[in-house]
Design a protein around this ligand. Structure first.
Ligand code: FES
Length: 153
């Protein structure tokens, strides 16, 4: 807890304690903890003298921020029409079964957060799964295990 507060204060200091650096501060906190812990947001609020409700408003507006703990890896399974007709729902089922979570959830060991998206804009290589920034083209149910294995270290 104290270490967490020190990290937040170091991040705020790095951005010179300026209110107009709020986005950058939140990005750094997100990068450090993989989400925005409530205590950290409270510390930012008190240190920068910005109402907590305003900070939460920013944090909930941008998809890049999460108020819930996230996994080390983010696994996004496209469920758009082009991927859907090529078996994306079954691929999602396989990820959910192997990770023992539903889409939108994080595994208990915080290894993976499983998400879906409506279209990644690369329909020709679908079904597409993105893990962190790696695109896995033409994914099949049988490839799911190998995809996960690559990131389970
Ligand atoms: S529908 Fe999956 S990439 Fe477009």
């Amino acid at each position: 807890m104290a270490a967490e507060k020190d990290k937040v204060q170091a991040i705020i200091a790095k951005h010179r304690g300026r209110k107009n650096n709020l986005m950058a501060i939140l990005q750094d906190i997100q990068a450090e903890f993989r989400y925005l812990p409530q205590d950290c947001l409270r510390a930012v609020s008190e240190t920068l003298d910005i109402p907590l409700v305003d900070i939460v408003g920013v944090a909930t507006f941008y998809r890049a921020f999460s108020l819930k703990p996230r996994g080390k890896h983010t696994c996004t399974v496209c469920q758009g029409t082009a991927c859907h007709v090529r078996g994306a729902p079954r691929i999602l089922d396989e990820f959910e079964a192997r990770l023992k979570v539903k889409a939108g959830q994080t595994t208990e060991d915080k290894s993976f957060t499983l998400e879906t998206v409506a279209c990644l804009g690369c329909c020709a290589i679908g079904p597409v799964v993105v893990v962190d920034n790696d695109y896995h083209a033409h994914t099949t149910v049988r490839k799911v295990g190998a995809v996960l294995k690559k990131y389970r270290k």
